[in-house]
Design a protein around this ligand. Structure first.
Ligand SMILES: C[S@@+](CC[C@H](N)C(=O)[O-])C[C@H]1O[C@@H](n2cnc3c(N)ncnc32)[C@H](O)[C@@H]1O
Length: 405
């Protein structure tokens, strides 16, 4: 048998997310209820971190980690790239695996990660892995049903590893599926930023929520302000009851609730947009995220404002506490221009970028961090970037930029 038992926690993010994912997990684990020292992870390319599996670290990551796209627990791997050898490898490995599940019955589904270098169709690959799991569970006395609507446990199969050592890896999704789905957004603007990218942007800005205000001057559906509020207090994005943890013995004694990891931080956040029609969407999304009400009156404010007219006075009027704080941070993603289009549209867009640069220039001592998918932004914006980091997510390629104003 050439299957190998694995025991690793796999965090996958958008292209280039490794460092930020690592920094975030370290910060969260330090503030978690557990006394753990997190060693450095192994890296697979630019977007995957592998930690030796520890159920407590997996719990912290699954409940709180905001910058990863998927979190799974690798159980075994095989070099096989064809169906029969893969089945022959997986069946004994999984049958001998005491970590698969607890109980007498399991409903499960199988999801596919990247599998382009597997020599059969994705559907066939998934089918073979399902069969191997059904038989392995049966051999352990566990009856099972494949149920992709309401599975107890989601298994994941993917081709993974560095180019010279690729393997077919089977694991369990412990992160509750695609993690940019936070479950809170009720209305989206025209081009909402993925939550995972929004939290990366905020991490890259090095925002200190205790001493600096954060302003999104083009907030759309308020994705960035909502992520900022969550990052500030270390709020969970998944509840343990919604994760497969109760079906897995490794997680049995871990907490069932998720208090904030940085309680008591009162962040100062301003969400602005020029488009009046977006204000109700922002309010709805903040409410859905539990960020409205008297407790947030002096903490998160929304306003209709054209960024070109924005001055420090405006911000102080909206949020007077800013006067006693250090200079703040702008976090935003400007329009990319895909919808404006054409030569005229491009000129208009460059004009807007230049105007944003001039407006933010009034905020001496502040930092600005943005995610842009238009390569001409930096030139038009007119400030020198202190950090430039390419990023990709789904079919969107862009760049994180940080400026000292
Ligand atoms: C790419 S979207 C931002 C998406 C947002 N981050 C989200 O996740 O929903 C750009 C936003 O800029 C706003 N905008 C365009 N021109 C503006 C201006 N001059 N001042 C302020 N906001 C502007 C648009 O209304 C739009 O909501």
């Amino acid at each position: 048998m050439s299957a190998q038992r694995c025991d690793e926690l796999r965090l996958t993010g958008s292209g280039g997310a490794n460092r930020v994912m690592e920094a975030e997990l370290k910060r969260l684990v330090m503030r978690s209820p557990f006394d753990i020292r997190l060693g450095p992870p192994k890296r697979e390319g630019e977007e995957t971190l592998l930690y030796p599996f520890d159920a407590r670290v997996a719990w912290v990551a699954a409940c709180h980690h905001r910058t990863s796209s998927r979190i799974s627990w690798d159980l075994c791997s095989s070099p096989a790239v064809r169906l029969e050898p893969l089945f022959a490898d997986l069946l004994p490995a999984l049958s001998a695996d005491e970590r698969l599940a607890d109980g007498k019955h399991l409903r499960f589904s199988v999801e596919l990660g990247s599998s382009s270098d597997f020599e059969a169709s994705p559907l066939q690959l998934r089918g073979v892995v399902k069969n191997a799991i059904v038989e392995a569970l049966a051999s352990r006395g566990i009856a099972s049903d494949v149920d992709s609507e309401a599975p107890d446990v989601v298994f994941v199969v993917r081709r993974a590893g560095m180019p010279d050592a690729r393997r077919t890896v089977v694991g369990i999704d412990v992160g509750g599926g695609a993690r940019h789905r936070r479950g809170a957004r009720v209305a989206a603007g025209l081009a909402p930023l993925r939550e995972t990218l929004a939290s990366q942007l905020i991490m890259l800005s090095r925002w200190d929520a205790r001493t600096e205000p954060l302003v999104d001057p083009m907030a759309g559906s308020a994705t960035i302000p909502i992520e900022a509020a969550g990052l500030a207090v270390g709020a969970a994005i998944r509840h343990p009851a919604d994760l497969p943890l109760r079906h897995l013995a490794a997680f049995r004694d871990l907490p069932t609730d998720t208090p904030d990891l940085f309680p008591g931080t009162v962040a100062k956040i301003v969400a602005l947009d020029a488009d009046a029609e977006l204000i109700p969407a922002m309010v709805g999304n903040l409410r859905a995220a539990g960020l409205t009400g008297p407790a947030y009156d002096q903490s998160i404010v929304i306003g209709q404002q054209d960024v070109r007219e924005l001055t420090p006075d405006h911000i102080e009027r909206l949020l007077p506490a800013v006067r006693d704080m250090r200079p703040g941070v702008f976090c935003f993603n400007p329009p990319y221009g895909v919808r404006i289009g054409g030569e005229h549209g491009e000129a208009e867009l460059m004009g807007l970028y230049a105007d944003i640069g001039r407006a933010l220039g009034r905020f001496s001592g502040w930092r600005a961090a943005c995610f842009v998918a238009n390569p001409r932004f930096v030139y038009a914006f007119g400030h020198r970037a202190t950090l430039t980091k390419p990023a990709s997510n789904a079919n969107l390629r862009g760049t994180f930029l940080v400026f000292q104003l």
